[in-house]
Design a protein around this ligand. Sequence first.
Ligand SMILES: O=C(O)CCC(=O)C(=O)O
Ligand SMILES: [Fe+2]
Length: 268
Amino acid sequence: MNTSVIQQQIDAYQRDGCIILEDFLTTDELSEMRAAVGEGVSKMGKEKVAGGGNKELVEGDTYYDRVFLQRLNLWKINDTIKRYFLNPELGKMLCKLAGIDGIRVWHDQTLQKQPWGNPTAWHLDNPYWSFHSPSAISIWIALDDATIQNGCLYYIPGSHKVATYDNVEIGQDIADLFKVYPEFKKVEPIVAEMKAGMAGCHNGISAHGAGPNMTPYPRRAMTCAYMPDGATFNGQQNILPKEYCETLKVGDPLNDETQNPLVWSKNG
Ligand SMILES: O=C(O)CCC(=O)C(=O)O
Ligand SMILES: [Fe+2]
């Protein structure tokens, strides 16, 4: 896993709210991660959140279920995924990009656009989550080549400087988000085609989406979303276990090591 970033990349991430990392996983690491993700998914059945998350999130048969197969928090049930996403060197790289001093896992997720899968409508991630922060950062790792044909990502550069935590429910209309942010309509998106093993990072309020999968093969990705250390509960359950949520008050730090482990901190 190549966790080095130079100042130019940090500047680009800060400016655009996204960056593509060309050589992220080696071929061996890619094989290892593909196998680990497959193993994790096969353990979970229809439940979307592993390791005791929100039990109401289960796969159904809606339009959204045909955007991608989605399974979250595989790190809790698979030691390989845990080793990658809780790696302090990765945490340090993400802190440099995000400009923060400490970082915790929010949740990982595999997003596997199935053959003929629906497009991923333009959206922001952070508004759905149980904390709000302008420094939330996600990494999206391509497990297959992600192309225009099979539904690669697109980012709207600079959108993180405009967006707030207002959102629309992710629905069928690809451009619904632009009802809230009409200024995004005019921006040429960054097309994030990636070879398998490459990765993209995006800010939690960067607008992003993906095309449909117009191929008979899956487009698999493994992602992890991170929160700055110190982020606090905003009252939304999202993927958190109900019982844990009931112990939280708005403003409490989300620092339970079994739910949001610290990955790296400047203070050691
Ligand atoms: O993989 C996709 O189609 C969407 C990815 C995404 O929304 C994310 O990683 O936050
Ligand atoms: Fe997203």
